[in-house]
Design a protein around this ligand. Sequence first.
Ligand SMILES: [Fe+2]
Ligand SMILES: [Fe+2]
Length: 298
Amino acid sequence: MSDYSYQDCLEASYRVNWRIEEVLGPRKFDPAKRWMPSALSAAPAIGCLSEAEKIKLSHVEMGAYAHLFGYVEEFIAPLITGRAKAHGEGEAFEALANFVGEEVKHMHLFRRLRRRVDGQLGFSLKLLDGEQEVTRYVLAKNPGAVLLLTACIEWFTQLHYLTAIREDSGLDVLTKNVFRAHWLEESQHAKMDHLETLRAFSAMEAPERDRAVGDLIELVAAVDGLLQKQSAYDVENLSAYLGRLFSRAEAEEIYREELKVKRWTFIASGVSHPNFVALFTQVTTPPQRERVQLALAS
Ligand SMILES: [Fe+2]
Ligand SMILES: [Fe+2]
């Protein structure tokens, strides 16, 4: 059982709804400030960059962060469209259809934010491509697994804003505006993911639940592969931005710390979120949870 309801989510969504223009407007990032919060940036852990270079690393990281959010929302929108259609009509259909509309708006918000980063940096950042291929790969997996991955993402979105972005006094104001707005709407998404995940698992027999857990492990491994690729791009992007070549040791250090913080940001902060843990515990058995823990550890 859950305290969440589709009707409450829809009403809350109408109360907080915003337009892209209100959030972005003509505002620019302040080049003298950090664009990524310290808690989600590799900068504090890197020894080979000066303080000024660390600020620039946070600019490159913001481009990747905004891109990765837009990237995952490419599969969340069609996933939730399918869930809405399955309800047919009524409160759940209306709340989920509205969820899809918000997610499409977020995709546009993040595309525009990425363009703003590129515009201010003066060149196009190297970012992951193949969104459509990844969307097809993800949506071919067991729906329970895809919903769990989605719930994980939407819960870590909450955590990032509340614990890393909101209280960071040295952070750029545009970053704060954008991720505050995103958090406001994502709060309802996370609750609806929870409801939909419970619904999907309640319709499954034991062998299918086991397949869902296997698929979730594959999805998390695929996310990790994407993070490795983007971390390598971040090193190239920073080198281009600073206009200097890194030594092998410097490049390795930046890559290692970048991957570490991206793994925390896009995987660990979600799977350890108490609300995700509660959901995951509800739909899995102790041996299944052990399987996932072993996979995460490796
Ligand atoms: Fe979103
Ligand atoms: Fe969302």
